[in-house]
Design a protein around this ligand. Sequence first.
Ligand code: AMP
Length: 405
Amino acid sequence: MNFTELGLSQELLHAIKESGYEEPTPIQKMAIPPILAGRDLVGSAQTGTGKTAAFALPSLHRLKEHGSCRALALAPTRELAIQIEENFCKYGKQMNLRMALLYGGVKYGKQLEQLRNEPDIIVATPGRLLDHLGQGNLHLNKIEILILDEVDRMLDMGFVEDVTRIIQKTPKSRQTLFFSATIPDSVRRLSKWALHKPAEAKIDIKISAADTVSHALYPVPAIQKFDLLISLLESIKFENLIIFFQTRRGTDKISQWLTEHGQTVRVLHSDLKQRDRMKALEDFKAGNVKILCATDVASRGLDISNVTHVINYDVPQHSEDYVHRIGRTGRARTEGEAFTLCKPEELSLVDSIEKLLGNPLPRKFIEDFAYRDEPASLAPAAPQVSKKRNRGFGKQVSFGGRRRR
Ligand code: AMP
């Protein structure tokens, strides 16, 4: 099935052609027909599958003509909101539709201007949208299409009450679309309440770029983690690299140390001003800087391509986050490597990740590194792994109902 057969308008087909898309991705094939038919939908697909176009294209098709505040897309992070807005603009270029982009951490001026301009489509993060609603800057009583992207993330970030309040302000007659990488019970409950007989479009989460990412676990005493990171950076050839941290403080601290060691880095986490976050992302995407230090803000949703290496400075607390983090590398069938530094206390988290992946992470030790403890004592439960690069976990992993906390 091609885009024309999906029944999209000429304006959209033109924009699709300009974007260089030759055929719809699987999630687009599954999601576009029911959305065009006006049905509610739960789409489970991760970033990189073309999910944004899967909801943006049919939503634009259904909106057709200008009319104030008819579509609302909610996103958990500012970066994702910006990305969604860019997609709507790109696909709707030939249509007479206006946008408003509302997120926190910036002044209200430009957003108020956009709202006064009677936008057709509003893309927002929940907090700032509620601020605007509280100030009477817009109303949601004409919303025809409500989209929630990365719903699982939104709930993980504690937005359930905000999201519920927002949904309650929209008309019951609306069409509601949920997109979520995983469908844990919390998402299922919310969708049961908010959606009416939804169609389902499910793309099983594949261990991202399975055959193009090689993985390794580097056991290390807690006190030597930073030293090992430095040794690792010296021993690998990377074009661009994201280092993930569990906390904002940790991100700041290690970035500072890296800078003191002569590395040029950019930092991305949610405590920073929006302007600084955008600048960091732009610098990294443009290749002006090779290392991005980030919390999980960068692991989901963002369309950062061509990352050659990912290093988890901390083992992710939730096993799915491992998949999201490594999803930054090995995209578009380029080679990628994902390294995880692991202190003994984090081994139980590794265990969950390996169970989810269905494969052990190969343990590696840096030859000339002066480990304080015996390597064997750092990873006693190391499973048997092949000496070859662990290319691809082969099997598909469905996250449905397997969330581990
Ligand atoms: P997303 O999953 O929405 O973040 O999209 C990931 C990337 O896939 C974006 O850079 C899109 O521009 C691109 N994309 C979306 N749909 C298609 C398609 N049908 N063919 C090729 N690339 C696409």
